[in-house]
Design a protein around this ligand. Structure first.
Ligand SMILES: [Zn+2]
Length: 247
């Protein structure tokens, strides 16, 4: 009798454990800069993901021409195919900070599932491989070792967050979704980015040169600049994330 009850308990526990690992527990952490307050016109951090594909030269040229600093999250895949853009970024170390967006653009979720149609890493070992191969790709391309990681889709399982922190990286959330995964129109993208406030961390994409969103990214950034907003890279400011991503 006792044995039966124990095995029913064990079964209930394993069912609970299985459901605890599902959809409900994915996190999309936020990141803010410490606000400046009344001192200046405010400051924001622009972060741009280079997931794969090509380079949006509309954005890259606008950043160089207007001297707007940015933190670029690059994957190993993107680094391999965009040597020319990497060279331009490396030639402006005062503007561009390159950080880790993973080796193969695989979501840092250690249980098997799909996020926005992309298959997750699916195991702790695969999350670690994604993080470490992204860092290795950056090291291979020269420049400083990355200190920040942002996983594909910017969603994580809590245990993956803990592992990435143990590997020595801070995790880059955001507070303004500038381009909706580069799928928004130019007007809406410009509106969202142009509305950023002191302390915001903006996310957008620099790898979709054919999308209308890229035009909106440029317009939004120029509007912020005109308002007197200062742009900083993640390494230049104190970023405060939730869900244990920076502390
Ligand atoms: Zn991405």
């Amino acid at each position: 009798m006792g044995l039966l009850r124990n095995s029913i308990c064990a079964m209930a526990l394993s069912l609970f454990a299985a459901s605890a690992g599902n959809a409900a527990t994915l996190l999309e952490p936020t990141l803010h800069l410490k606000p400046q307050g009344a001192e200046g016109g405010g400051r924001v951090a622009l972060t741009l993901d280079a997931c794969g594909g090509k380079t949006d030269t509309r954005i890259l040229s606008a950043l160089v021409d207007n001297r707007i600093p940015a933190t670029i999250f690059v994957t190993g895949i993107w680094l391999k195919r965009n040597a020319e853009a990497v060279e331009i970024m490396r030639a402006h170390p005062d503007l561009f900070e390159l950080e880790n967006h993973g080796g193969r653009h695989i979501p840092a979720v250690d249980t098997p599932r799909k996020i926005y149609g992309i298959r997750s890493a699916g195991s702790p070992g695969a999350v670690q491989a994604e993080v470490e191969s992204g860092a290795a790709a950056l090291a291979g391309a020269g420049g400083q070792a990355p200190k920040w990681f942002r996983g594909a889709t910017a969603e994580y399982s809590p245990s993956a967050i803990a592992m990435i922190r143990k590997l020595g990286f801070k995790i880059a959330g955001f507070s303004v979704n500038g381009d909706g995964g580069s799928l928004l129109g130019a007007k809406e993208t410009a509106r969202r980015i142009g509305a950023a406030k002191d302390g915001d961390v903006i996310i957008a994409h620099i790898n979709q040169p054919t999308h209308a969103a890229g035009e909106g990214v440029v317009q939004g950034l120029l509007a912020l600049k005109q308002k007197g907003m200062t742009f900083v890279r993640l390494d230049d400011a104190e970023g405060i994330g939730n869900d244990g991503t920076t502390d």
